[in-house]
Design a protein around this ligand. Structure first.
Ligand SMILES: NC(=O)C1=CN([C@@H]2O[C@H](COP(=O)(O)OP(=O)(O)OC[C@H]3O[C@@H](n4cnc5c(N)ncnc54)[C@H](O)[C@@H]3O)[C@@H](O)[C@H]2O)C=CC1
Ligand SMILES: CC(=O)C(C)=O
Length: 260
């Protein structure tokens, strides 16, 4: 079914899962505002979108700043005329044994993963209400939002919080026909997992580079690690009218790793 004339924002989409999601929505006919804190990477990614002929633009911003998120929505509406889908994808990891977790790690990870998701959801919801339109908010959760992992305590706590806010926002915004759902990827080969592997290997002398990623991936029932397109497949569905009767859900897309 055509989605032409619909407008989407994907945060943290200069690379990784966000880029795959943004490319898929653009391929499906959405006008897409890509967004990232990394200006150089974002500029290169926008060029790729332009080379493919996609109706797109880019916004440099920090999801943890409420004013940036409001400006992101405002700029998107000025450019494309409306907003239909907001993907709170940007996130960071933190890899530390529980006993060593420091205040700055907690603050930074919560600022970006949790405050960022709340501010993005608020900015998008206000625009949907103003437009009197149905809208879809789609949040990056994780297997770590359903289960909690050693060395990933802070990260897991932020993703549990994302799941909680997904449910509450869904309940409160349903009267406006706004749906709020989340995708929960497993072990996807992006720069995030390169960094997680590096940190886990550093803290365990019995591991060599790549071993932590291999260990996590080896438990996936479908026998392979996740690709960004596996995540884009779910977000594609959540952004489409096929998901109109689904709200408040955090859906696992992990190849069979966590069962809820
Ligand atoms: N890679 C994986 O296996 C999994 C990833 N996720 C989640 O999916 C989302 C995307 O993950 P990946 O693509 O793997 O990560 P990534 O690290 O490869 O890409 C994240 C992007 O977000 C941007 N970003 C970081 N902080 C930002 C900020 N404050 N404001 C704006 N942009 C910011 C980065 O510059 C980067 O382009 C994250 O929320 C992550 O927690 C969830 C489960 C598994
Ligand atoms: C990065 C992530 O969410 C995990 C636990 O794989």
């Amino acid at each position: 079914m055509s989605t032409i004339n619909k407008v989407a924002i994907v945060t943290g989409s200069a690379g990784g899962l966000g880029k795959a999601i943004a490319l898929r929505l653009a391929h499906n006919g959405f006008s897409v505002m890509i967004h990232d804190i990394n200006k150089d990477a974002l500029t290169k990614t926008l060029q790729e979108f332009k080379d493919k002929g996609y109706d797109s633009d880019a916004f440099v911003g920090d999801v943890s700043k409420k004013s940036d998120q409001e400006k992101l929505v405002q700029t998107t509406v000025e450019k494309f005329g409306r907003l239909d889908v907001f993907v709170n994808n940007a996130g960071i990891e933190a890899v530390t044994p529980f006993i060593d977790i420091e205040e700055d790690e907690l603050k930074k990870c919560f600022d970006i993963n949790v405050f960022g998701t709340v501010f993005g959801t608020q900015a998008a919801a206000k625009q949907f209400i103003k437009q009197h339109s149905k809208g879809k908010i789609i949040n990056a959760c994780s297997i770590a939002g359903q289960e909690s992992y050693t060395m990933l305590g802070t990260y897991s706590a932020t993703k549990h919080a994302v799941r909680a806010f997904t449910q509450v926002a869904a309940k409160e915004l349903a009267k406006h026909q706004i749906t709020v759902n989340a995708y929960c990827p497993g072990v996807a080969k992006t720069k995030m997992w390169d960094r997680i592997d590096e940190e886990m290997v550093k803290s365990d002398p019995s591991l060599k580079p790549g071993d932590a990623f291999k260990k996590y991936s080896s438990e996936i029932a479908l026998g392979r690690y996740e690709k960004p397109d596996d995540v884009a497949n779910l977000v594609d569905f959540l952004a489409s009218s096929k998901s109109d009767y689904i709200t408040g859900q955090a859906i696992l897309v992990d190849g069979g790793l966590v069962y809820r």
